[in-house]
Ligand binder design. Structure first.
Ligand SMILES: Cc1cc2nc3c(=O)[nH]c(=O)nc-3n(C[C@H](O)[C@H](O)[C@H](O)COP(=O)(O)OP(=O)(O)OC[C@H]3O[C@@H](n4cnc5c(N)ncnc54)[C@H](O)[C@@H]3O)c2cc1C
Length: 313
């Protein structure tokens, strides 16, 4: 690591999503004087959405940015120090742990990692344009807004099939479109999809274009059959992209244990990683639920785990 000034803290939290802020609130109230390094996306993924209808305590729903600004205010109220920077390198195989940002180096006795995950998209320009206006990467978050409507899911793995099955709970019809002629999902998941009368498979099919006005909602989706070379509009009002997520774990390469998809591995029933004193919470260690409330829940666990571990030292 380069020569930069080193600042020491007892506990550093990486990331400012629901997991990071919850960890900060709990750690600050336990007198650990936590320092949060927010990362470039201050507030995390929820700052990219306007309607959160499933975070308890807000009967009328809440704007994602406002929810995250409230979490920040609550963390600041208990004297969390927030540094707006991004960690680019870590040394976790020594004590204290060393973190390097663009401007400075930090050392800490305990570290909470809540760097989240990023949904993968197809890279189609029209898909980008309609994000939040009919294009979503989370059926659990946004499916309810399409009650009684026809929607499409893109993908061929377990997540895509799960999302399609979930959407049949309230959508009239769900197209599951996949660029190949067979799914990657497990045989059991495939059987559940094929048995579901609301799901129609669109094989060898790729997104051509999301259709709609410049500022309005998605009006339809145009697809392309890569075998027949035909284009058609499928008459849907929602498009769910389920081609995977990328956990933000590159800076821990060959230090923290990860699963085959790059998610941090924690010891069952805790937020402990393979390195003592390093805890992980939120989407970065959760490939299954990936919700704000579960991120906040594991953020609370990480702060309690860190507090108990520090007390034992
Ligand atoms: C469009 C959209 C809509 C959603 N809607 C809902 C919904 O309605 N309900 C719901 O429950 N969930 C919803 N989700 C999912 C929810 O946003 C996530 O489950 C939740 O934000 C995960 O929280 P987190 O704290 O683990 O991580 P994130 O929110 O991903 O935050 C990660 C943080 O880590 C920081 N970071 C990353 N790398 C570094 C680094 N190297 N150094 C320092 N910091 C770093 C980032 O800047 C960010 O602040 C939605 C997600 C999206 C994308």
């Amino acid at each position: 690591m380069s020569e930069k000034e080193i600042e020491h803290h007892k506990l550093i939290i990486l990331g400012s999503g629901p997991a990071g802020y919850t960890a900060a609130i709990y750690a600050a109230r336990a007198n650990l004087n936590p320092v949060m390094i927010s990362g470039f996306q201050k507030g995390g993924q929820l700052t990219t959405t306007t309607e959160i209808d499933n975070f308890p305590g807000f009967p009328e729903g809440r704007d994602g940015n406002e929810l995250m600004m409230d979490m920040e205010k609550q963390a600041l109220r208990f004297d969390t120090k927030i540094i707006e920077d991004e960690v680019i390198k870590t040394q976790l195989n020594q004590r204290p742990f060393i973190l390097e940002t663009y401007s400075k180096k930090y050392s800490c006795d305990a570290l909470i990692v809540s760097t989240g995950a990023t949904a993968k998209y197809l890279g189609n320009p029209s898909e980008e344009k309609f994000k939040g206006r009919g294009v979503s990467a989370c059926a659990t978050c946004d499916g309810f807004f399409f009650k009684g409507k026809d929607v499409a899911v893109v993908g061929g793995g377990d997540t895509a099939v799960e999302e399609a099955i979930y959407l049949t709970n309230f959508c009239s019809k769900v197209y599951l479109m996949h660029r190949r002629d067979e799914l990657r999902a497990s045989k059991a998941m495939q059987a559940r999809a094929f048995e579901n009368s609301k799901i129609e498979m669109l094989w060898n099919t790729e997104l051509d274009q999301v259709i709609g006005q410049d500022t309005g909602p998605l009006e339809d989706v145009r697809v392309f059959n890569n075998k027949t070379k035909e284009y058609k509009n499928i008459g849907v009002k929602g498009l769910f992209i389920a081609v995977g997520h990328k956990p933000n774990t590159e800076i821990f390469e060959s230090q923290l244990d990860k699963d085959e998809n790059g998610y941090l591995i924690t010891k069952p029933g805790s937020t402990k990683t393979n390195i003592e004193g390093v805890f992980a919470c939120g989407d970065v260690m959760d490939s299954k639920y990936r919700q704000a409330i579960t991120a906040a829940g594991t953020g609370c666990m990480a702060a309690i785990d860190a507090e108990r571990w520090l007390a034992e030292q």
